[in-house]
Design a protein around this ligand. Structure first.
Ligand code: SF4
Length: 386
């Protein structure tokens, strides 16, 4: 049985290169963790302690929990933890403390149902070959066949209700709970956005879960058929442990201290030439327009310089409605009515535009309102040979 997890699938969808580093090559880096993940883990472990002790009829005070969190921070924090934003570790530590305190105040005396699972390590069989990890922060039996899956989020962005209704992670857990507890009549998904002291809830129908199961198997097929693991640069790169060895960033780190690097010089040269190219293109367009006007005024098709001449080629052309043009469907209908669709199979627009003038007058008349006409002009520079 092959095991996947929601985060493994997420990683592939975020960046296939990162997936390769993490899950195929299992590359070790000197980055231990990000500060966000470190703080999130300690908050999770503190809330786990809260509910574990409650299972033994022991209610920790708020101060005891914060102390527990602080002690873990002091013993586990290391300089190998990656900090991307401008805030120091103390700010993150305080942020975690505040989350624990606000959660404590909001849910005291913690009597919402019976906790039957903490940081679970179950699996759900997607089919006979694949299983998926079900790691629930807190599973609650509310009685009468109602179960709640609680998930703590410590990140700084809040899901919308729509995003919660489409979320894959907790829906996977829902499939796992449904299989494990056949008496489940209703399963509620609950996200605790601790940084906002806010809770979001959602549910799934059996049909939605079945659709999701099939979709995950399709995603897995896509993952397993991948052969090219390309980097996908984006804002999450700053939090990626593989940034220093990633082909999309490696050169930056290798050349950061040396302005003599050949690659750097090439890029700077390229940028300079590109900026000149833009300027020259602008100037070239201006002169081209002037040549066209002047040759038109003079009624000539070639203008001569000292050693070179410019031939001006022009032709009236038509343009058919493009893929996003609202007239496109009506235009294709007309083409079919005129039995031209076969000729321009599947509407070969290039061939059609080229042949438009060769169509009969009736055909042209029927199609005239859909096409736009414009004059194409091209300039060719040649040596003057007199
Ligand atoms: S640094 Fe960015 S592009 Fe490179 S592996 Fe990580 S996420 Fe992908």
């Amino acid at each position: 049985m092959i095991t996947y997890s929601n985060s493994k699938i997420n990683t592939f969808q975020q960046c296939t290169k990162k997936y390769q580093f993490q899950y195929i090559d299992k590359v070790e880096t000197d980055v231990e963790n990000t500060i966000e993940a470190f703080m999130g883990d300690l908050v999770h472990r503190t809330l786990e302690k809260l509910y574990k002790d409650l299972q033994f009829m022991t209610l920790n005070s708020k101060e005891e929990l914060v102390k527990y969190y602080d002690e873990m921070w002091e013993s586990e924090y290391s300089s190998a933890i990656l900090i991307v934003k401008e805030y120091g570790p103390e700010k993150y530590k305080e942020k975690g403390q505040k989350m624990i305190e606000e959660y404590y105040d909001k849910y005291t005396p913690f009597d919402d149902g019976k906790t039957i699972g903490l940081e679970t390590t179950d699996f759900f069989n997607l089919d006979k070959d694949y299983q998926i990890h079900v790691r629930i922060d807190r599973l609650v039996d509310m009685g009468e066949g109602v179960y709640e899956i609680h998930d703590y989020k410590t990140n700084s962005s809040l899901k919308t209700q729509k995003e919660a209704d489409e979320d894959r992670q907790l829906a996977i857990y829902c499939m796992g709970v449904k299989e494990k507890y056949p008496d489940a009549k209703k399963i509620v998904l609950v996200w605790h956005y601790l940084a906002f002291n806010k809770e979001i809830r959602s549910t799934r129908t059996d049909e939605q879960l079945e659709e999701l199961r099939k979709k995950i198997l399709e995603d897995i097929k896509r993952i397993e058929s991948e052969t090219e693991y390309s980097p996908r640069k984006g804002p999450l790169c700053d939090y990626c442990a593989y940034k220093k060895i990633c082909p999309a960033w490696k050169h930056l780190f290798e050349s950061i201290d040396t302005s003599e690097d050949f690659g750097r010089k090439l890029v700077d040269r390229y940028a300079l030439l590109k900026s000149k190219e833009e300027f020259l293109n602008k100037k070239l367009n201006e002169v081209t327009e002037k040549i066209k006007l002047y040759s038109e005024k003079k009624k000539v098709t070639t203008l001569y310089g000292d050693k070179t001449c410019v031939n001006i080629w022009s032709k009236d052309a038509v343009k058919v409605p493009g893929k996003n043009d609202p007239n496109r469907a009506e235009f294709i209908k007309q083409i079919k009515n005129l039995n031209l669709f076969e000729v321009y199979s599947d509407l070969d627009t290039w061939a059609f535009e080229k042949d438009f003038e060769k169509l009969s007058a009736i055909e042209q008349q029927a199609l005239n309102r859909y096409v736009t006409k414009k004059r194409i002009e091209r300039l060719y520079l040649n040596k003057t040979s007199l």
